[in-house]
Structure formats: structure tokens, C-alpha cells
Ligand binder design. Structure first.
Ligand code: MG
Ligand code: MG
Length: 248
């Protein structure tokens, strides 16, 4: 029972951190159009960094013994190794290109792994005001309402999403995964994304919504591999077959 309580507390803390970071993103999001000629990349970096600092400070104060892996910190210090410790894995702003262009498909992603297993997940899009949450074993939610993956059984009728190097689709791996979790998408996959912060929060949300997260080859999902596929269970085999044919 104590364990359950602390998981609920971890989720509440992550939601609060995500909402505070989301407030920074929301304010900057509507400012970018005014500063278009003053170097968007710097502005984005500042927003990313400010959000990561806020989230790390918020959670670090509450849980000083936990480990932290963040996209921006890793960019400076190199990626920390994922251990069995309680580890918060944070992408302070997923969908940076969207952010620069004012395309509202951006999110804060916070995942907590315990013994390397994604256990608590929060993905928050502050522009669309969509808060995806999950605790392992307790279901997935969008703004507090239970969500479920789609029941589509035919690949040919499925809506798919991906990100590839030269073609921008929706621009956020975490949001794509949450799209599968709430049945907006039937499947998605991505190869070579930035790091575990892109998927740590959404992985538990997808699973708790009744969808599956796996390696595009059909093997087990590895949080550190920078390869991910997700779909409802019904089209998994057909999806993996297509992915394998295309060399995934
Ligand atoms: Mg990012
Ligand atoms: Mg990212």
C-alpha cells in the first residue's frame, strides 16, 4: 500500500512539474512570432533549458535520492547511464521544430523508471491543454478520463505516424505515442530519435491504454535503443511484418 501511495505521489509531483514547465512553453510559444529574426534556435534552447531546470529543481527537492536524466543536461554532460534506481527521464520540450514554427504539437515528457521499467508517465501538451498520465498497472488517462488504444484490426485502414530524417510528420515522438494510447492513431514507429526522454513518459501511458510498445523488429522494447514502435495489439504482427520488409 505504501508503494502504491508513493506512486500516486510521484505522479502528482510530475504533473505539477509538467504544468509549471508547460506554462513557460505556453508563454514562449506565443512570443516566438515576435522574435522571429532574433535567433529562434537560441530562444528554443533557452526555453528547453529553463523547463528542464524547473523540472529537475522541482523533483530534485522532493526526491533528493532519485536519479535524473534530461535531454538538455545530457547534451552538455553526456547521457547518464540508466540504472535500477528511481530515475526521472525528462524531455522538457518535445517537438522543438514545431515550437519554433508555432505548430501546436509540443509537449513536456516526464517518465519515472523503477528498476529500468517505465512506471509513471506524464506527457503534457500545454498548447492543446492535453495531459496524458499513467501509473503502471493502473490505466492511462487524458485530462483525467480513461483512454484506450484503438480496436482497428486492419493495417490498411490504420492511421500511422512516424518521424524520419528528412520528412517531418507530426514532429513529436511522445505525442505520437500518446496518439496511439488514446486511439487517435493506430500505430506509430520511430528510429533514431534523441534519447530515452522521448519515450520514457509515453511508454507507460501506451501500455496502460491497452496498446503495445515494442522494437520495430517485433522484439522487446528497449528504452535506451532509440527505436520504438507502438500499436494496438491487433495490428502488431502485420505492422511488424511491414516494418521488417522496409528494413527496420
Ligand atoms: Mg526536447
Ligand atoms: Mg524530444
Amino acid at each position: 500500500m505504501a508503494g502504491n501511495d508513493s506512486l500516486a505521489e510521484f505522479l502528482a509531483s510530475a504533473v505539477q512539474a509538467a504544468q509549471e514547465a508547460g506554462e513557460i512553453i505556453r508563454k514562449s510559444f506565443y512570443q516566438t512570432k515576435n522574435v522571429e529574426h532574433k535567433g529562434q534556435v537560441d530562444l528554443v534552447t533557452e526555453t528547453d533549458k529553463a523547463c528542464e531546470d524547473l523540472i529537475f529543481n522541482h523533483l530534485g527537492k522532493l526526491y533528493p535520492t532519485h536519479k535524473f536524466i534530461g535531454e538538455e543536461t545530457s547534451a552538455v554532460l553526456g547521457a547518464a547511464e540508466l540504472t535500477d534506481e528511481h530515475t526521472w527521464i525528462v524531455d522538457p520540450l518535445d517537438g522543438t521544430t514545431n515550437f519554433v514554427h508555432g505548430f501546436p504539437f509540443v509537449c513536456v515528457s516526464i517518465g519515472l523508471t523503477i528498476q529500468k521499467v517505465p512506471t509513471v508517465g506524464v506527457v503534457y501538451n500545454p498548447i492543446l491543454n492535453e495531459l496524458f498520465t499513467a501509473i503502471r498497472g493502473r490505466g492511462a488517462f487524458l485530462n483525467g478520463n480513461p483512454i484506450k488504444a484503438s480496436s482497428q484490426t486492419e493495417l490498411i485502414s490504420s492511421l500511422l505516424a512516424t518521424e524520419v530524417r528528412s520528412v517531418r510528420m507530426a514532429g513529436s515522438c511522445a505525442m505520437n505515442l500518446c496518439g496511439v494510447a488514446c486511439g487517435r492513431l493506430d500505430a506509430c514507429f520511430e528510429l533514431g530519435f534523441g534519447g530515452p526522454w522521448d519515450v520514457a513518459g509515453a511508454a507507460v501511458i501506451v501500455r496502460e491504454a491497452g496498446a503495445e510498445v515494442y522494437d520495430p523488429s517485433g522484439k522487446d522494447f528497449d528504452l535506451t535503443s532509440q527505436r520504438v514502435a507502438a500499436s494496438n495489439p491487433y495490428i502488431k504482427d502485420a505492422f511488424v511484418e511491414v516494418l521488417c520488409q522496409t528494413g527496420c
